[in-house]
Design a protein around this ligand. Structure first.
Ligand code: ATP
Length: 328
């Protein structure tokens, strides 16, 4: 094995740069040259490459974003562009490709692997933590802490104004971020797709809380942490509905892309460094069409096609704790 390509795809996640650093440094130990494809699969399809000498990846692990840039690439859904991506792999004489991204990126990587003998390996980089085959994904820890820091600040103003706040966090179709952040922030209510809570139940819960707690203990704030897309009309519409039905000022605070930026945490850098190195070592040992992950402190390989099965569940103990004790 002499030369491998690297790309970052899908939503950027803090720690992607640490993964790039680890891949390039581990590859150099094996005397393997690395090149990068820019802007995710777009760079692969358009053959937009950059050299990745050791000097270029030195001291980048702390940086948010990705030095290779990331992007969505709808062209990957079309067979002719996937063929073009394979042409690009061949024209660069690559012996392997490492894709750092989320489950969508791995579906794309899996389809590419059906068209070529060049081994492709995934490294889970997404703040959503919604990938099967790794207990945690690179970026989740940093994003959770960034959101937590913001919610602690929202709590101050919610307390001062005795308001209800709905804080919308990222996570797309998964409540991993919402539940972990919500519990850590002592949110009075957590909403995510896995809970399937109807709007009228939210009103009931807030009202019950107000009756049982606020009227006895005096004024207080009430924070609802909601995963994005849990309610199709969004946090603002939900806040408006609650204000009308409960009669207490309710505001929406959408954290949005703030959660994707910032310096990667120690946990994310360490995870990225391990999974990046393991991806290279696995390539050298002949692995293909798999993702490098960590389960129960063990480095493991999972077939790319199995990374998006949705088997990963939110920690049941944490969920139970929230439902039965912490939300009282
Ligand atoms: P995140 O969830 O953190 O944003 P992701 O990798 O899941 O990361 P997606 O937008 O779902 O993000 O996918 C990234 C890219 O992967 C897409 O823009 C597309 O190029 C490719 N991709 C996604 N799904 C498929 C698919 N079913 N077939 C081929 N390519 C795909």
């Amino acid at each position: 094995m002499k030369k491998i390509g690297i790309l970052t795809s899908g939503g950027d996640a803090p720690g992607m740069n640490a993964a790039i650093h680890s891949i390039v440094t581990t590859a150099s130990v094996h005397n393997i040259e690395c090149i990068g494809f820019e802007r995710g699969y777009n760079g692969l399809i358009d053959n937009a490459t950059c050299a990745l000498p050791l000097a270029k990846v030195k001291h980048i692990s702390h940086l948010g974003g990705t030095i290779l840039k990331s992007a969505r690439c709808p062209k990957m859904l079309e067979d002719r562009y996937r063929q073009q991506a394979i042409t690009s792999l061949n024209s660069n004489s690559l012996d392997g490709l490492i894709v750092i991204g989320g489950d969508g990126s791995f579906q794309g990587a899996h389809l590419l692997s059906l068209l070529t003998d060049i081994p492709i390996i995934g490294v889970p980089g997404t703040i959503d933590n919604d990938i099967d085959g790794s207990d945690f994904t690179i970026g989740f820890d940093t994003a959770a802490n960034t959101a937590l820091d913001a919610i602690d600040k929202v709590r101050d103003t919610a307390d001062a104004f005795e308001r209800i706040f709905i804080v919308e966090v990222m996570g797309r179709h998964s409540g991993q971020l919402a539940v972990n952040i919500g519990v850590a922030a002592e949110a009075e209510q957590i909403l995510c797709p896995e809970m399937n809570i109807e709007p009228h139940q939210i009103v009931q819960t807030v009202t019950a809380h107000i009756n049982a707690y606020l009227k006895v203990n005096g004024h207080a704030s009430y924070i609802i942490v909601a995963a994005e897309k849990t309610y199709p009309d969004g946090a603002s519409a939900l806040a408006e509905m609650l204000t009308k039905q409960i009669g207490i000022d309710c505001r929406a605070c959408v954290l949005g892309h703030l959660q994707r930026g910032g310096m990667a945490s120690c946990a994310d850098r360490t995870l990225a460094t391990k999974l990046g190195a393991f991806a290279v070592d696995s390539l050298v040992n002949g692995a293909k069409s798999v993702m490098s992950g960590e389960v129960n402190n063990q480095l493991v390989l999972t077939k790319l096609v199995d990374t998006g099965l949705g088997k990963k569940k939110i920690d049941p103990y944490l969920l139970d704790l929230y439902k039965n004790k912490l939300s009282l």
